[in-house]
Design a protein. Structure first.
Lengths: 308, 629
């Protein structure tokens, strides 16, 4: 009787089960693929993913590099955070920018968010994956984020052109993943598939995982634009007539490129306050990202094109 | 944030953290109100959530009650859009939580692809909610849902007898349905069956009791799934640890990383490597958060052992006193998941836990009609069919019967060429223990035999269309090798079809078997030290791959005699093309059966462009360059 009592005492909590599942996925990828990489977007999900990677392979460092697709429009605080995070994890950091896009002067202001995202993120990502010949790439996407992701596999198969063919995905049973790909083909692996936003925050809190300071409320310069608060991170942001940046107490729920990611007014300056605020928030997380508003099913479309 | 009380909130979060997780599957068609049910659960639990938070904030703001006109199916969004895109092979995952538990719902829509979808969703579910429309009662699909849930090892089901409002909340109807269900449920392996009368549309017995079902004394759906005890069995099973990754940060540390699939493990415990039988004791259990004295099923850890023994990915570490079986031939249930049917004898890859092995289905015993549970005689297993088969793996593996431990008894089937997951299976029992048939290790091996003959044994495999010139070239090559003093033999259709394979016809299955026997024969010749020339149309890539896989690397030399169809047809030495064109021969390669061109033949000969003598020279030159002769 005492043995089974002891076992019940160690019955895993939902966070422990999610953690173990993510680690299992990472170890499968590291074992079965020749050249995996972890896409690192500097956001909170990436922070959790990186933390899990450290756990999965300890005492070894994670046996793959980090890849950051730098659009050159990331918040400055994000870049500093990124470099430190890679160093702390003892991992190589590959930073890739679509130089052709830079040369053509593609910015979110001149080309619109859709074309900009396509060129500086999707194309850049594909370019990097091809350049380094990665056959597996970890992403931090979650199934609860957006409806096109509710059916996403944990091992998501991609063609030689990095395309996602929804009809050609493999059934996934138990925790057995089919990792076979031909030359040039790849998979995107999503170890956080079954996490919800609340799980992410709870885990950050429980594990004391460092996240970019932009998630915490502070007085920052913003302008109002299309009903959203856009932070003026540097002098490159063109201001419309009559627009004057003002200092507001704001924070970010999600981090992307700074002109495309809206801030929210909030006094939440600690992790418990953020979680509290998140719990009572009624708007879904992605409403802060302008790219999802471009057109109906836009995430679906971007995925087919190779966006995460 | 006026109402923020850090202490109360910290307490709240710590309660959230201690929640456990229940994964369940919903089975039912759109008509049964499944979307409404899931939508209702998501919606109501979100309200509950907000109520809690409101309480927490000491704020008495009232939230609206659930209106009757909300379309709950809208919350389960995405389905319509996905259907338009033709994604039918899918399971959608939904998430919600209550104060007690977190839930992951595997939602499996669709009729045609039901078996595949349901099996996928059920493989990770602790419980199944089977919907029944109260107006229709137990239908064929109810039996199907129940069978698949049981087959995948789900032991707890909820019978959601929905739309009870449309039969006047009748207890009589409810009881009739239960009787009906009971009449076949005893054939299945369920441990608990919880019937709940409900109206998802109006919310009766989903999260709230409602006033209409006073005669029902059982739990609501939410009460049941919040409290039902479905876990804990993994930890009580014999210890199983499939090694995922060998962790070697430096020369001083060698650990085995993996997820403890079953049982518990403690420092000092004796473990055994199942396949090799080697033993050692647990030296440490390492995690990023520090060393542990023990670990429990479900945890991802790294184990170090007291002794240096040979362990790699795919090995299974186990309790030395409760070992799994080790075998290479099994009886198993198989669910086929691909349009192209399973062909017995064709080589596939099987992945079980972290081990991938080559193997094939040696016999289809029968298919199971998932609606009636009847056994049907079968030669093929098509998409969404369930079959009981015999399997043969290329090497022995450690396993448990799926019923005893799904973690070490469940496997997926991968097509070697397309790399798709084409099936999933559950091992029932071993047909014989591999330890009984271990090859007798003999000192005299093929290398020695080959050396004695002054050659490196190999199978030279000529493939190409009928009339391509395979046998002509193979004959010339053999003569030249003979003249060089080499030991050879020629296998071709003529000397095999009339003896060894005379029981075989020309159907796809028989052609697969034909090549399998030839390949095994070739392997014996190679083992005898001989250079064996095989001349067969062998039109299918997978069969040639099977032959290649039977031999060691370098022992298989594929020679593609690449003669265009029109040239071969013009030659037509046996008049076969003419007969095929006239429809007097069926399944003739190049005419009404495909020839799959080799992708990586060692030698490609342009048949029709050069004389047979020149082509034979090319082959002999290759054998010389590569050191076979």
């Amino acid at each position: 009787m005492s043995a089974s009592t002891a076992i019940n005492a160690t019955q895993l909590t939902h966070l422990q089960r999610l953690e173990a599942e993510s680690i299992h996925v990472m170890r499968e990828v590291a074992s079965e693929f020749r050249n995996p990489v972890m896409l690192y977007s500097i956001g909170k999900d990436s922070s959790v993913m990186l933390h899990l990677a450290k756990k999965a392979f300890y005492p070894s460092p994670p046996p793959f590099p980090l890849l950051h697709v730098d659009t050159t429009w990331k918040f400055r605080e994000m870049i500093a955070f990124r470099d430190q995070a890679a160093k702390d994890a003892r991992m190589d950091l590959i930073v890739h920018t679509n130089q052709e896009g830079v040369r053509q002067g593609v910015t979110p202001f001149t080309h619109g968010s859709s074309a900009y995202t396509n060129i500086m993120k999707t194309d850049a990502l594909k370019e990097a994956l091809t350049k380094y010949g990665f056959d597996a790439a970890f992403g931090g996407a979650r199934r609860d984020e957006e409806k096109s992701r509710a059916k996403e596999r944990i091992f998501s198969f991609r063609t030689q052109n990095h395309g996602w063919d929804p009809k050609n995905q493999r059934p996934e049973l138990w925790n057995i993943y089919n990792a076979r790909v031909r030359k040039g083909e790849s998979i995107r692996a999503f170890p956080l598939s079954n996490w919800t936003e609340l799980d992410i925050w709870q885990y950050i809190l429980k594990e004391d995982i460092p996240i970019v300071p932009l998630y915490f409320a502070a007085k920052r310069p913003v302008v109002h634009r299309d009903g959203q608060l856009i932070m003026v991170d540097d002098a490159r942001m063109p201001l419309a007539e009559g627009e004057t940046p003002e200092m507001r107490l704001i924070r970010f729920r999600t981090l992307g490129c700074y002109p495309l990611t809206a801030a929210m007014e909030s006094p939440a300056a600690t992790l418990p306050e953020i979680v509290h605020e998140m719990l009572i928030a009624r708007t879904s997380e992605r409403s802060g990202r302008l790219i999802d508003h471009d057109e109906a099913g836009s995430m679906e479309k971007k995925k087919r094109e190779g966006y995460f | 944030m006026d109402n923020f009380d850090p202490a109360a909130f910290a307490e709240y979060l710590s309660r959230q953290e201690r929640k456990d997780l229940l994964r369940f599957l919903t089975c039912g068609s759109v008509d049964d109100g499944k979307s409404t049910l899931i939508g209702r659960l998501l919606y109501d639990t979100k309200l509950l959530f907000e109520d809690q938070l409101a309480t927490l904030q000491k704020d008495s703001a009232k939230h609206g009650t659930v209106g009757e006109d909300i379309d709950f199916a809208l919350l389960v969004d995405g389905l319509e859009a996905e259907r338009e895109q033709g994604i039918t092979i899918d399971v959608a995952y939904r998430f919600f939580a209550t104060e007690k538990r977190k839930f992951i719902v595997a939602d499996t829509p669709g009729h045609e692809q039901y078996t595949r979808n349901m099996a996928t969703g059920a493989s990770n579910a602790d419980l199944a909610v089977i919907l029944i429309d109260a107006r229709k009662g137990v239908l064929t699909q109810t039996r199907r849902h129940s069978y698949i849930a049981s087959l995948l090892g789900i032991r707890n089901v909820v019978l959601a007898i929905n739309k009870i409002d449309l039969v006047g909340y009748s207890e009589e109807v409810f009881n009739e349905i239960l009787d009906d269900y009971g009449s076949f449920a005893h054939e299945l392996a369920f441990e608990t069956i919880q019937p709940i009368p409900m109206s998802a549309r109006f919310g009766d017995n989903v999260t709230q009791r409602g006033d209409n079902l006073g005669w029902y004394k059982g739990p609501t759906l939410l009460e049941h799934i919040e409290t039902v005890e479905v876990r804990g069995t993994e930890a009580e099973r014999p210890m199983r640890f499939p090694v995922q990754w060998v962790n070697r940060p430096n020369l001083d540390f060698r650990g085995y990383s993996g997820t403890l699939a079953s049982g518990t493990v403690s420092v000092g415990e004796e473990l055994v490597v199942a396949a090799s039988g080697r033993k050692s004791t647990v030296k440490s259990i390492v995690t990023y958060d520090g060393e542990r004295d023990s670990a429990v099923a479900g945890e991802a850890v790294t184990i170090t052992l007291a002794d240096e023994i040979d362990i790699s990915r795919g090995d299974l570490l186990c309790d030395a006193d409760q070992r799994p079986e080790v075998a290479d031939q099994f009886s198993a249930h198989l669910i086929w998941m691909h349009d192209e049917p399973l062909v017995p004898g064709r080589p596939y890859l099987f992945k079980i836990a972290t081990k991938t092995v080559a193997g094939s289905v040696t016999e289809i015993k029968y298919n199971v009609d998932v609606n009636s549970f009847q056994h049907l005689a079968a030669k093929k297993v098509g998409l969404n069919e369930v079959s009981v088969v015999n399997l043969s793996f290329r090497e022995p593996i450690a396993f448990d019967a799926y019923a005893a431990d799904p973690a070490t008894g469940g496997f997926i089937v991968i097509d070697r060429l397309s790399n798709l997951t084409v099936g999933a299976g559950m091992i029932d029992f071993a047909l014989r223990r591999a330890s009984n048939i271990h090859w007798q290790a003999v000192d005299l091996d093929k290398q020695r035999r080959g050396e004695a003959m002054g050659q490196r044994p190999a199978a030279i495999w000529f493939t190409g269309l009928s009339g391509a010139g395979k046998s002509t070239v193979a004959n010339l090559v053999e003569k030249r090798l003979f003249a060089l003093g080499k030991h050879t033999y020629l296998l071709d259709g003529d000397n095999v079809r009339h003896g060894l394979n005379r029981d075989l016809g020309f159907t796809e299955e028989d052609r697969v078997e034909n090549i399998r026997r030839v390949a095994e024969t070739a392997r014996l010749f190679v083992d005898a030290g001989v250079i064996v020339l095989c001349s067969f149309i062998s039109p299918f890539r997978s069969e040639r791959q099977m032959a290649r896989d039977l031999l060691e690397p370098g022992e298989f030399v594929e020679v593609f005699v690449d003669t265009p169809l029109h040239v071969a047809e013009k030659r037509d030495p046996k008049g076969l093309y003419r007969k095929a064109r006239e429809g007097r021969i069926k399944n003739f390669t190049g005419i009404d059966s495909p020839y799959e061109t080799p992708e990586r033949a060692e030698i490609t000969l342009a048949g029709g462009m050069a004389s047979p003598e020149e082509l034979a020279d090319k082959v002999v030159d290759y054998l010389r360059e590569q050191g076979y002769i």
